[in-house]
Design a protein around this ligand. Structure first.
Ligand code: ZN
Length: 569
């Protein structure tokens, strides 16, 4: 008698092989058999007509704070994620000297736009060292498995104090001390070391993430630890400028340590083919002994412009500011008043936030997102194009869209990965054999971006719905967020449905799988704001043999754990 039998589903096992109909039997936390007809189970789920896949493994999230107070890690868990990796991009909360707590919060708030007030109320700081942070994570019951990485920003400030925080060069002694901390972290179970080399990532005080300008001796000195221990991934967000220099040091460090380096790869508007050169350069480095892994996204990095998000074109105007404090419904009612509309549209204001500048200059790239959301709109549908067609001022078009759905509509500004106004470059990146899927940024960018639903979009948009170009095969899209992401982090006990593997399983009503429109909720600690996106069609998510979500609702079961290091099959 098995503990659980998932009966008669369409099994897509994560290896890329063709879907087949059959049963999945589970004993305890492990899969007992896949395919064919299984014997009876103490519990059985009828999966006829449903997809049965491994649970998703999302390797690029920022739940480092949330994981200390929220056992469910939404929005990712609403999208079938059963394992996630956090601590990306050089930011996190350990190691942490007691007098650095506020500073670490300011770093996370600045880089990842997670409200500082929420982090300050939510985090209990039961640690100073990285191993103590892992112990604290391990003590807390949770629904999903999580893995943590050692963030350069925190390590640098811990070792070098203000010199580190202010991006001064590291001395040889500093590097030895940082390497020792990373060694302790990896030995205790961290899955990697992460760093940021982009000027887009800044603390609330405007200072780039500590480590942004780190020289090769620092990166190589820390990277050497991963080589010594023979485990761990080096993850990095970088502007990749100068391109050749960045690729060169990554190639050297990866080749000399034998460890993979994964770097964020996105198309930008200024150098539209840079991504192609980077893929080629990465192929060349890999041909000569490195293991560079371009980390790519399934959709653009899209800013959501709305009355409840952090940006819209009227946010700094005097007549809007006078009503900005009102609850949404009241604000919408006031904004519908023709007299106020005329006043707000007639005013000008100097933008106070960089994002407002960007929005003001991007009418050609602003689109009504809609419900269901359309992430691949045509250039003809931009605010600028609509305004020309309808002989209207683009700001009027924006104003009226913001009031749709009772003020809950968003305008979508695809900042990266949309220079060509379609997903063709993304498709090419996704199918590149050396690329890995990531960059969902689950838990981050709470006021402007919500791409944690990317796992669902891979199936809905890429496999089923895409109209403006080629679709991608179901089996490959499942493999991309299961076996392949798990393998990069050495999580060899999961990512496929096979006997002996962790029983992490999604049951999906593929025909009805859908992304909901993003929405703003105030459910972080201290009533902190965040953008979330739900999905319908996940009938059940099983973690380690236990159903954690059924019909989109948590069952209350908390079988998840902290992962300590790579997991053998
Ligand atoms: Zn990130």
């Amino acid at each position: 008698m098995h503990d659980l039998v998932i009966r008669g589903g369409t099994i897509v096992d994560g290896t890329g092989s063709s879907a087949r109909t059959g049963d999945v039997a589970i004993d305890g936390e492990r899969i007992a058999s896949v395919g064919g007809k299984a014997g009876p189970g103490r519990r059985e789920i009828d999966a006829a007509g449903l997809l049965v896949t491994p649970g998703w493994v999302d390797i690029h999230t920022h739940y480092d704070g949330q994981a200390t107070w929220d056992p469910y890690l939404t929005p990712s868990s609403w999208h079938g994620v059963t394992t996630l990796v956090m601590g990306n991009c050089g930011v996190g909360f350990a190691p942490a000297k007691p007098d650095r707590h506020d500073w670490l919060i300011g770093l996370m708030e600045g880089v990842e736009d997670i409200p500082g007030t929420a982090l300050a109320e939510g985090i209990e700081w039961q640690w100073e060292s990285f191993p103590e942070y892992l112990d604290a994570l391990e003590r807390m019951p949770r629904a999903l498995d999580i893995g943590a990485q050692v963030p350069h920003g925190a390590v640098r400030a811990y070792v070098m104090g203000e010199r580190g925080a202010k991006n001064e060069p590291a001395t040889a002694d500093d590097i030895v001390a940082m390497a020792a901390i990373v060694r302790d972290g990896i030995r205790a179970g961290a899955l990697g070391f992460t760093t940021s080399r982009t000027l887009l990532h800044r603390a609330v005080d405007g200072e780039p993430v500590p480590g942004t300008f780190a020289a090769e001796d620092e990166l190589a000195g820390i990277g050497r630890v991963l080589g010594e221990l023979g485990c761990g991934v080096l993850e990095m967000a970088s502007d990749l400028m100068p391109e050749d220099g960045e690729l060169a040091w990554m190639g050297r460090v990866s080749a000399s340590t034998g460890r993979p380096i994964t770097f964020a790869l996105l198309q930008n508007d200024i150098d539209r083919d840079q991504w192609r050169r980077l893929l080629e350069a990465s192929e060349r480095a890999n041909a000569s002994g490195a293991r560079l892994v371009p980390q790519v996204s399934a959709r653009p990095t899209g800013v959501l412009v709305g009355l409840e998000s952090k940006a819209h074109p009227f946010i700094d105007r005097e007549s809007y500011r006078a009503i900005a404090h009102l609850p949404l419904a009241e604000r919408v009612a006031r904004m519908r008043d023709p007299e106020l509309r005329r006043r707000i549209l007639g005013e000008t204001a100097t933008p106070t936030q960089p994002i407002s500048w960007l929005v003001a200059r991007s009418f050609h790239k602003l689109f009504r997102l809609g419900d269901p959301p359309d992430y691949e709109p045509a250039a003809d549908d931009s605010v600028a194009a609509v305004a020309v067609r309808e002989h209207r001022n683009p700001e009027e078009v924006i104003y009226d869209i913001l009031l749709e759905r009772d003020g809950r509509e968003f305008l979508y500004l695809p900042v990266l990965n949309y220079a060509d106004f379609d997903f063709e470059p993304i498709r090419e990146m996704l199918v590149h054999p050396q690329a890995i899927l990531g960059l969902s940024d689950g838990g981050a960018h709470c006021g402007l971006i919500c791409d944690a639903g990317t796992p669902t979009l891979l199936l809905t948009h890429w496999v089923r719905d895409r109209r403006r170009g080629a679709r991608l095969p179901l089996e490959a899209m499942v493999q991309m967020q299961t076996q392949r992401t798990a393998a990069l982090y050495g999580l060899c006990d999961r990512g496929t449905l096979a006997p002996g593997m962790k029983a992490d399983v999604n049951l999906i009503d593929f025909d009805h799988l859908a992304l909901s429109a993003p929405e703003v909720v105030f459910d972080l600690p201290a009533n902190g704001r965040r953008l979330v996106q739900k999905a319908t069609g996940y009938r059940a998510t099983v973690k380690s043999g236990t159903v954690i979500f059924a019909e989109g609702e948590p069952t209350g079961a908390l079988p998840g754990r902290l992962l300590r290091g790579a997991q053998s099959a």
